[in-house]
Ligand binder design. Structure first.
Ligand code: FAD
Length: 516
């Protein structure tokens, strides 16, 4: 069940027009911010955007929003807060694109830094034997794609949705259907520039200031603000064959997924999703998949059934189409999907990578994008995925009408255990995302109902010893955070004391409290 604190937050959220005013900022403090010598500027009015996020479940009004004109602006501001020490209640949250779910990019009564204001002229593509791009931490991945594509290059590892910032996804991990092969986005970073919680600007990499480098990757914004990232690139294909096949048997579905992620010659992207008692099985808000045979796809009998959809792509250039088809056929031949359930379409690489955005546009037009999103993202060891599935799909969840349910395996050896991200301790683990929308105030599409289902899933997992870890974690108490980090808590704490000793940064994660 949601905790009393969660209910109280929700009550306050709705009772006061969606905004909780947590602290009334001290006028002297605001005055001191006004006097800082900046290239950009602070705004002290109209800060409602900074008090919102995609989750639409938490809202905390800041005291000020910084629109940085340079990295120095960020360093000056953080140093100012650091030097005020425990005499000020100010905290600082970097806000990427605000696509957090539980107020993680907000700062109650503090300073929100609008990272997208950092000048984008800094994006520089370096081609050559080991190509890379240098980009601002506030840059959207979609812009990185468009810029690098001009050089025939692109990053290797993605998220499903690209209207997220580099700093925002690197603070978590950044996962998608390429993760099995390239690791998460945090495994594809060569160098970072970071403003620490003391206001120092530090360049770091696996060879230089490596502790800070690894701390910041998956570090939930706790150790510094990422102002620049150097991201590894590869040759970009022009086209993608995008395939979906269906299974009614969970064991065949997961065995096939696991076989594909371990094979040397395999697909370029591998994901999967679960549909429970739902018509329109091939499409959900996450993507506009238009199979070549849409009539057959729409007629596929799915009502009352639990079905599992394996989704794959093969990259190709137009002159390689025959080879691509041969390889795809060889791979499909090894799979055990329902024979008449093979659907495919060909799209450009950019269309494929930006697939969720086209759905966003449609949902926005219907007013269905800015609704509450009580998402639950889990990482589940391979050894317990069947126990989990048996209880959750069909028992706890009777349908999947609240939003897509993603489920796909990744290889642990692609994750660097020196980073801050916490993953299950098994060679293969599953990413499972319950991406619910809650547009109604009551009934099956309400926040309360969805949070209740989420809690049932978590409670069952705890009781059954599933060994789950939350992705994009959200906890309310130090005890819960310690349980999340387990043996890695000590390292997390040591790094916090080293790089942000006053706990100024990313207060919305709710891990540390600034002393005042
Ligand atoms: P914000 O929400 O603005 O910030 C997130 C956290 O990072 C905050 O704590 C913030 O303070 C901190 N932060 C932001 N910028 C910086 C910075 N420059 N330096 C240090 N800390 C910083 N995730 C995946 O891995 N894979 C997916 O496929 C995926 N799909 C998504 C689809 C949608 C529609 C949405 C809404 C989210 C999805 N996510 C996915 C989750 C997403 O990666 C995270 O919510 C991410 O944090 C959002 O990035 P953002 O730029 O909006 O960050």
């Amino acid at each position: 069940k949601p905790s009393v604190l969660q209910y109280l937050k929700l009550f306050l959220l709705f009772a006061f027009g969606g905004v909780i005013i947590a602290h009334v900022p001290d006028q002297d403090v605001l005055e001191s911010l006004r006097k800082l010598p900046l290239d950009g500027h602070f705004s002290f009015r109209d800060m409602s955007t900074a008090a919102r996020d995609f989750g639409n479940l938490s809202s905390f009004m800041p005291a000020a929003v910084l629109h940085p004109g340079s990295v120095d602006d960020i360093a000056i501001t953080v140093r100012h807060v650091f030097l005020k020490g425990e005499h000020s209640m100010l905290t600082v949250a970097a806000r990427g694109h605000g696509h957090s779910l539980r107020g993680q990019c907000q700062a109650a009564g503090g300073i929100v830094i609008k990272m997208e204001s950092l000048p984008t002229a800094r994006m520089q593509v370096h081609s050559g034997a080991s190509p890379y791009v240098d980009a601002s931490g506030g840059e959207l991945w979609i812009n990185v794609l468009h810029e690098t594509f001009k050089y025939g290059l692109a990053p290797k590892s993605w998220t499903d949705y690209l209207h997220l910032t580099i700093g925002g996804t690197l603070s978590n991990a950044g996962v998608s259907g390429q993760t099995f092969r390239h690791g998460p986005q945090i495994s594809n970073v060569i160098e970072l520039e970071i403003v620490t919680g003391r206001g120092d600007i530090i360049t770091c990499s696996p060879d230089q200031n490596s502790d800070l480098f690894h701390a910041a990757l998956g570090g939930l914004g706790q150790f510094g603000i990422i102002t620049r990232a150097r991201i590894a690139l590869e040759r970009a294909p022009k086209m993608v064959r995008w395939i979906r096949v269906l299974y009614s048997d969970f064991i065949s579905f997961t065995e096939d997924q696991e076989m594909l992620i371990s094979a040397e010659r395999t697909f370029d992207y591998i994901e999967g999703f679960v549909t429970i008692n739902r018509t329109g099985i091939l499409n959900n808000w996450r993507s506009s998949f238009n199979p070549q045979d849409p009539v057959w796809a729409s007629q596929f009998e799915s009502d009352g059934r639990v079905l599992f959809c394996l989704e794959m792509t093969k990259n190709y250039n137009p002159e390689e189409v025959d080879n691509m088809e041969q390889e795809v056929n060889n791979l499909l031949y090894q799979l055990r999907y329902i024979p008449q359930s093979l659907f495919h379409t060909d799209v450009t690489y950019i269309e494929f990578l930006d697939r969720v955005h086209s759905s966003e546009v449609k949902l926005r037009a219907k007013g269905m994008w800015e609704v509450p999103h009580p998402w639950l993202n889990l990482m589940i060891p391979k050894s317990s995925i069947h126990t989990f599935a048996r209880e959750v799909f069909g028992k706890i969840l009777k349908d999947s009408n609240n939003g897509p349910i993603l489920l796909y395996p990744v290889n642990k050896f692609r994750w660097d255990n020196r980073t801050s991200v916490v993953i299950p301790d098994e060679e293969v683990f599953y990413l499972v995302g319950f991406l619910s929308s809650a547009p109604s105030s009551s009934g099956p599409h309400s926040i309360e109902h969805t949070l209740n289902l989420n809690n049932q899933i978590i409670e069952f997992s705890d009781k059954a010893g599933i060994g789950v870890k939350q992705y994009l974690p959200n906890y309310n108490t130090e005890q819960e955070w310690k349980a999340h980090f387990e043996a890695r808590w000590e390292t997390f704490l040591r790094r916090k004391n080293a790089y942000d000793p006053l706990a100024i940064l990313a207060p919305g994660q709710g891990i540390f409290q600034k002393a005042s």
